[in-house]
Design a protein around this ligand. Structure first.
Ligand code: SAH
Length: 350
């Protein structure tokens, strides 16, 4: 479907390809959950959203309970995380205004069925300019388009996709190197790599963090980022496609599979810091959830519903264990300098 729109274009950068594919992918349906393409932490268990809500409420309490607080979620998926977090916050007296940054009509509908009264925004600059912002982004930044450079015999080039029509009429996207030299864009210590090496950057994530940093400094508040990612910048493509819980070819079935790229947590921290925020973490998701009391919460759920013991324990294990989401996902927070240090994020991974 999407491929047809590109048939005349000739070439497209990997970054623009990923942007268009994901916009098309998320616009049409709900890809989350057991029967979808992939499953996220809040869909695995209510414990994830509840602990995220309590984490925010703890910061709010230690900041002396400011008024006119906004709960902001970037890419709220089905709204499950927000529903669980808002319920946990309400129990201790925090009832913020709710703002969702979401551009998928299908997912907006899902969100409305779980969270009533949220305000919707297509972009970050539409967020309220008054009151502190308590921001959560779970598996949001990994969906933003990644820019790729490839090392060739004659220097670094942006990675493009050549759009060809095969003999049976199908549109194919074939990776090729661009013509313009881009060596200056690649960090100096990585420039003398082997031909074929790939270096990624994420200009959209950088721009979003700059924008959010300015708001957090002006209005107060904190942002929690949970995502796949790496802590030390390195070479290699992290672009991957997932369909029906299995890996797929990222350059096939354009707009029909979920495309992600790993978040560069070092770059994200540096931008936040340069913009005047305090940084906490990154730590592994399992470390943060354990520090936030996931075991105690699991025990309470078990006492209330002993017949669900197997499900509760296996969800807890999936979220926490190092060889599962517990180690693959990292948690990073950024906060206004006059806001308290968040719980559960130190010592950071060096
Ligand atoms: N946070 C949810 C969903 C993760 S999937 C969860 O944990 O379950 C990624 C989410 O980000 C989806 O809601 C998708 O529609 C949204 N999204 C992706 N790119 C976006 C963009 N550029 N602007 C706004 N929302 C976007």
């Amino acid at each position: 479907m999407l491929a047809k729109n590109y048939a005349a274009a000739g070439q497209i950068s990997v970054m623009e390809y990923m942007r268009h594919c994901n916009a098309a992918y998320y616009a049409k349906s709900d890809p989350l959950g057991r029967d979808g393409d992939f499953i996220t932490a809040p869909e695995i268990s209510q414990m994830f959203g509840e602990l995220a809500g309590l984490w925010l409420a703890d910061i709010w309490i230690r900041q002396n309970r400011p008024d006119h607080v906004n709960y902001v979620e970037l890419g709220p998926g089905r709204g499950t995380l927000a529903a669980d977090a808002l319920r946990a916050m309400a129990k201790i007296g925090l009832n913020p205004a709710v703002h969702f940054v979401e551009n998928s009509p299908a997912l907006r509908q899902e969100q409305q069925s779980r969270v009533a009264g949220a305000s919707y925004h297509d972009a970050l600059d539409q967020l309220p300019k008054e009151g502190p912002l308590l921001i959560i982004a779970n598996e949001f930044f990994d969906a933003l388009p990644v820019r790729q450079m490839i090392c060739t015999e004659s220097g670094w080039r942006e990675r493009f996709l050549q759009i060809d029509r095969s003999s049976d009429g199908d549109i194919q996207f074939l990776p090729v190197a661009g013509e313009k030299d881009c060596s200056q864009l690649v960090p100096e210590h990585l420039r003398s790599a082997q031909p074929g090496s790939i270096w990624e950057s994420n200009p959209d994530t950088a721009a979003a963090i700059e924008q959010i940093s300015a708001r957090l400094r002006a209005q107060g508040g904190v942002m929690l980022i949970c995502d796949y990612g790496y802590v030390h910048s390195a070479l290699g493509s992290t672009l991957q496609a997932v369909s029906a819980h299995k890996y797929a070819d990222p350059f096939e079935r354009a707009g029909e599979v979920d495309l992600t790229a790993h978040v560069d947590f070092l770059a994200a921290s540096q931008i936040g810091r340069q913009c005047g925020l305090q940084i906490a973490g990154p730590v592994e998701q399992g470390f943060w959830l354990s520090a936030m009391g996931i075991n105690q919460r699991a025990e309470a759920l078990l006492r209330a519903a002993p017949q669900r013991a197997e499900e509760i324990i296996s969800a807890r294990n999936r979220l926490v264990q190092p060889d599962q989401m517990g180690g693959l996902f990292k948690i990073l927070a950024m906060h206004a300098p006059d806001w308290p240090q968040p719980e559960g994020l130190s010592p950071a991974i060096a």
